[in-house]
Write a protein that binds this ligand. Structure first.
Ligand code: NDP
Length: 282
């Protein structure tokens, strides 16, 4: 039997095993996906022991997305510019570990398939400057957004974040601002897409910002998937926005990993159903 894993700490909350095991079952693949708690001091040993023929690969969550990089043999795709790896493929019969980042793919596919849009030509207001925000920013720049405005609680982090991405900024007009400053309302009014990539609203009713200045037609996205509709999305919907939650991004990043590991087209609807059921039982 093949094996795949998600590692992190804490890890008990992960719904990735439900999503991936549903995909293996739907495709008749003899494999099992498990969540494993790995502490920072055990990461090097984990990377050494994962080099086995029966291991397809593993996902990486907090706090290891950056510290795993020196333990890998190769980085591919968006991992280098992201400075973070969320998926490793074990290749050459266990001899090598190849890291990539599937959050960009997950966000883009969710936007295309569920939001029926892309960021090309859009004025995107991004709330947050952490890891998830970086994936969203990369998609905005790669796909040719007209503007990318990054609002963060600590605005200096948003400035640094945009400096890091300067080499791929292209023609997109970029700006950093404070999440709680007086300029935010104007950016909310001007945006055609607003994306919350802060952790505010995760299993809570808190809002990262007051969405009332938004001007429909506007798409408001939240990368948070628990709850499936955050208080921010609910409020935005009440102000006339089209809304999109983060579960599609999670499912599509899992689908990208599944396809890399198995070479089989991911059964998206089975994975989505398993994700919905796992969250309902959370
Ligand atoms: P990080 O810790 O890297 O970043 C957290 C962000 O939230 C920072 O911008 C931080 O601001 C901001 N923030 C935290 N607390 C507050 C607060 N009280 N008020 C205002 N801003 C705050 O986390 P990630 O980027 O990894 O994750 C962010 C969210 O995205 C999580 O909820 C996670 O579950 C979700 N996620 C969803 C994915 C999906 O597939 N749908 C994939 C990855 C993440 P500051 O910089 O000032 O600290």
């Amino acid at each position: 039997m093949h094996r795949a894993y998600v590692i992190g700490s804490p890890i008990g909350h992960s719904i990735s095993p439900a999503i991936h095991n549903a995909a293996f079952a739907a495709c008749g693949i003899d494999a099992r996906y498990e969540a494993v708690r790995v502490e920072p001091e055990g990461l090097a040993q984990w990377a050494a022991e994962a080099r086995r023929q029966e291991v397809l690969g593993f996902n990486i969550t907090l706090p290891h997305k950056e510290t795993i990089i020196p333990l890998l043999d190769e980085l591919r795709g968006d991992a280098a510019v992201m400075g973070a790896v969320n998926m490793v493929k074990v290749v050459e019969a266990g001899a090598a570990l190849v890291g990539t980042n599937t959050d960009t793919l997950g966000f883009r596919r969710s936007l295309e398939e569920e939001g029926e849009t892309t960021l090309r030509g859009q004025r995107a207001l991004l709330l947050g400057a952490g890891g998830a925000a970086r994936a969203v920013a990369l998609v905005a720049l790669q796909d040719g957004a007209e503007s990318l405005w990054v609002a963060n609680r600590r605005p200096e982090r948003a400035h640094r974040f945009l400096e890091d991405l300067a080499s791929i900024t292209g023609k997109t007009q970029v700006e950093a601002l404070a999440l709680d400053g007086p300029r935010l309302a104007g950016f909310l009014r001007a945006a055609t897409v607003v994306i919350n990539a802060t952790s505010v609203g995760l299993r809570s009713e808190e809002l990262p910002a007051d969405p009332s200045p938004i001007q429909p037609p506007v798409l408001v996205v939240d990368v948070i998937y628990n709850p499936t509709e955050t208080a921010f999305l609910r409020a935005a919907r009440q102000h006339g926005a089209q809304v999109l939650g983060g579960l599609g991004m999670l499912v599509h990043q899992a689908a990208a990993a599944f396809e890399e590991w198995t070479g089989v087209a991911a059964p998206i609807s089975d994975m989505r159903r398993a994700a919905d059921e796992a969250l309902a039982a959370w």
